[in-house]
Design a protein around this ligand. Structure first.
Ligand SMILES: Cc1ncc(C[n+]2csc(CCOP(=O)(O)OP(=O)(O)O)c2C)c(N)n1
Length: 647
């Protein structure tokens, strides 16, 4: 682990004494509000200087303390959904002093991770897994006759919109296990929550009649633990009372056989601890609906734009102002080029629609939502639905740009094959965050897409080396129907300050020669082509003359160009920011084998293990796809005649 070189952060009188939930449980209930303040301040102090997710963790400070106070973690199992809100949990479960290394290379992970702590019962990063995982644990406990063991899933209203959450509720409602689902409802996903479930949750939270009846019921519920063995009967009576007087059978969760409690104020720690204590006595699937506020306790976040405060980057905690990176004029982010270009194209082509599964701002589609709302769809955290919905649109002659982070497309693999590719529908997949994404780590790297897309018939697989190519690929994809077409680009900045070029068609399956050479040919796909350009400057000084070819299309491959390259150069290096197994380099080896070439080939790419978190630069270096590794690899290749493979 990296030792934090940084200053000591003030931990507060109570927090400084807490090294585990055991310590927390020694506090009096009356001390918990003070602890909440200290925990919140600790998160603010560190995240403002180190970066990371912010609003969500502040929103669950009381919930986190209350859960660890009432439940006997780690014996009782606590599962966080997504895990971006689990900073308080990390701090209370023995990782307080290491928290300043959060999301840094070899430091703490930004998400719960089983290998990091016994308190992290389930590894997360992608959303909507918590109910399934906690249900699995609870049924395992039943099997092991651990009847007293409790299982708690904490899930946001955004994550609740995914099909996976519904599938788990549907299953759990038919099982008799100790499962408590805590719905952390702050009306926000990263962007404002969308869809009918959100409307429903708002209705239930604001209904006066319901809330009056509920308040009476809570008074009775508050007595429940005193009733011992009769507790269950009484709880049932309370619920039936509410249901018959107010809700009829219309409560969504009740209709799935969950006992529904709430909504309650998720920042009232006294009430929270009391209710959790009571709910512990009630067996079977239960849901506690808590209303919380993202960014709670930090005035700038409470008053400001919750989307900005989801993960604000570095900021001055006293003024709430972002700390800009010290850079001169720099190129735009690929995502912003995508966001501007789709509007430009949509203005020319009225069939274009944009689809995002809950990543409106992350994918830079907010501007299109403002300018052309009738053709911009945020479908919630629902990647499978986003793909099939796009397929449906395509059957009617629309031109859907389905923008999904590469890592999240993994969720919708069957939809890509079954609903799009088999029917050869012209859905344009814009895969954002391709390659190594940096601080979010293993759950978020977009490194498998080349390998898992190139094996699908009908699929065009492409990746731009810069902003101009991104624009040209987007233009080419919508110009006529090509069937499924994927355009994959990385997180962050491109390389062109003058990014706005005139559109130009990029012929399908045609690569580009960047530079002719004679010692080694380097074949690149996507952004790493820029690393090759830099490496070339160093290699020239060392007297090594490379040819550089930017393939643009991984599928179909430019076989004509490849034949020319394989005939001219004996030594070939491939480079990609995708997995080595089955990716771009593999496709070149297949080409070689199919055509009986025996050239010396070295492949650079992501090795066959999960890469954790750090800056993109640190991770490129670790994986050997950075400028220096290209140079070393080329030098090594010049000194050897055997077939080598890097990685
Ligand atoms: C499958 C998947 N899609 C998208 C995301 C990106 N994402 C991270 S947090 C988040 C919003 C979650 O909202 P909610 O569950 O309500 O939690 P909150 O941040 O409001 O506490 C999204 C969309 C993800 N982590 N996983």
């Amino acid at each position: 682990m990296t030792k934090s070189k940084s200053k000591k952060y003030n931990q507060g009188a109570l927090l400084s004494k807490i090294n585990s939930p055991e310590d927390l449980r020694k506090l009096k209930r009356s001390q918990l509000p003070q602890l909440s303040k200290e925990l919140r301040q600790y998160i603010i102090d560190i995240v403002s200087e180190k970066g990371g997710h912010f609003g969500a963790s502040l929103g669950v400070v009381e919930l986190t303390i209350a859960i660890h106070y009432i439940f006997k973690t780690p014996y009782d199992q606590l599962v966080w959904d997504v895990g971006h809100q689990a900073y308080g949990h990390k701090i209370l479960t023995g990782r307080k002093d290491r928290f300043p290394t959060n999301r840094m290379y070899k430091g703490l992970s930004g998400f719960p991770k089983r290998s990091e702590s016994v308190y992290d019962t389930f590894g997360v990063g992608h959303s909507s897994t918590s109910i399934s995982a906690a249900l699995g644990m609870s049924l395992a406990s039943n099997n092991k006759k651990s009847k007293s063991k409790q299982h708690v899933a904490v899930i946001g209203d955004g994550a609740m919109t995914a099909g996976l959450s519904f599938e788990a509720l549907n299953h759990a409602g038919a099982e008799n296990t100790n499962l408590l689902v805590i719905l952390n409802d702050n009306c926000m996903s990263i962007d404002p929550a969308v869809g009918a479930l959100k409307e429903y949750l708002t209705d239930i939270s604001t209904s006066k009649v319901y809330n009056q009846a509920k308040n009476k019921a809570w008074k009775i519920l508050g007595q429940i633990s005193k009733f011992g063995p009769n507790a269950q009967k009484i709880a049932k009576k309370v619920e039936t009372g509410i249901k018959t007087t107010v809700l009829g059978s219309s409560n969504y969760f009740e209709s799935l056989n969950f006992r529904y409690f709430g909504p309650i104020d998720g920042h009232n720690i006294e009430h929270l601890t009391q209710i959790l204590k009571d709910l512990k006595e009630i067996p079977g699937p239960k849901i506690l609906h808590c209303i919380t506020e993202k960014g709670k306790g930090y005035a700038f976040a409470e008053k400001g734009d919750a989307t900005k405060w989801h993960a604000p980057g570095l900021f001055d905690k006293t003024t709430g102002k972002s700390i800009p990176l010290k850079e001169k004029e720099s190129p735009p982010k690929y995502q912003d080029v995508f966001g501007e270009t789709i509007i430009e194209l949509a203005k020319r082509n009225s069939n274009i629609v944009a689809v995002t599964p809950a990543m409106l701002s992350g994918s830079s589609l907010s501007k299109m939502m403002t300018e052309i709302p009738e053709r911009t769809f945020d479908v919630g955290i629902a990647e499978q639905h986003a793909v099939t919905f796009s397929a449906g649109m395509a059957t009617q002659g629309m031109v859907p740009f389905c923008n999904i982070y590469s890592t999240f497309l993994q969720r919708a693999y069957d939809q890509v094959i079954h609903d799009v590719a088999i029917q050869n529908l012209s859905v344009i997949f814009c895969l954002d965050r391709g390659g190594l994404v940096g601080a979010d780590g293993a759950t978020h790297h977009g490194v498998f897409d080349y390998a898992f897309l190139r094996c699908i018939p009908n699929m065009i697989v492409s990746s731009p080396m810069n902003e101009h190519e991104l624009r040209n690929l987007m233009y080419t994809a919508q110009n006529k129907s090509h069937g499924p077409f994927s355009i994959r680009y990385p997180r962050g900045k491109g390389v062109k300050i003058e990014w706005k070029n005139e559109f130009e068609e990029l012929k399908i399956g045609k690569g580009k020669k960047i530079k002719e050479g004679h010692d080694i040919a380097i074949l690149s796909i996507g952004h790493p082509g820029n690393f090759v350009i830099e490496a070339n400057e160093k290699l020239e000084k060392k007297g090594i003359n490379i040819g550089h070819y930017n393939m643009i299309y991984l599928k179909p491959l430019d076989e004509k160009l490849l034949h020319a390259i394989f005939k001219k150069y004996n030594k070939i290096i491939t480079i990609e920011d995708g997995c080595l197994k089955g990716g771009f380099g593999s496709s070149i080896l297949e080409f070689m084998s199919d055509n009986n070439y025996t050239n010396q080939v070295s492949r650079l790419g992501i090795p066959d293990n999960f890469i954790h978190h750090g800056t993109q630069e640190e991770l490129w270096k670790e994986c050997g796809i950075d400028v220096n590794t290209i140079v070393k690899n080329a030098e090594k290749m010049m000194n050897t005649n055997s077939v080598s493979k890097a990685g």
